[in-house]
Design a protein around this ligand. Structure first.
Ligand SMILES: [Zn+2]
Length: 138
């Protein structure tokens, strides 16, 4: 088992675990973007979001919902940014699905999810919607 997150889930390598249940494990990011930066992983290995079972996805997000308030309160934060890098081209460095919860404070100088994109769209919104509906088989 070479996946670092699977090894954390199995207890083979140490991590600062803050919550765990039958479906997911949450621990502090070792390179935090802010104090209280938590990473939540499904226990079952899946490299990409679309590879997760519905049950694993539900368990993962249940843990996100359970943690977000306590993380914010523990750090005295005003808000959180919750994010997933899905695939290497997005910046996902560990190919095991993980959700980041990063505490935020008013005026902390960090941007929004929107600020990471240069907004270089090439299609109309209607064309894009039609393509996605077609890919869904609709
Ligand atoms: Zn894994």
């Amino acid at each position: 088992m070479s996946c670092i997150f699977c090894r954390i889930v199995a207890g083979e390598i140490p991590a600062e675990i803050v919550a765990r249940d039958e479906g997911a494990v949450a621990f502090l990011d070792i390179q935090p973007l802010a104090d209280g930066h938590v990473v939540i992983v499904p226990r079952a290995h899946a490299a990409r979001v679309e590879e997760m079972s519905a049950a694993d996805a539900a368990a993962l997000f249940r843990t996100v919902v359970r943690l977000v308030g306590p993380v914010r309160r523990a750090l005295g934060a005003d808000a959180t940014t919750i994010g997933v890098n899905d695939g290497e081209a997005s910046g996902q460095t560990i190919p095991h699905v993980h959700v980041h919860i990063v505490p935020r404070w008013q005026g902390d100088g960090a941007g929004t999810v929107h600020t990471i994109f240069p907004r270089r769209t090439k299609r109309t919104v209607a064309e894009t919607a039609a393509s996605i509906r077609k890919a869904l088989g609709g």
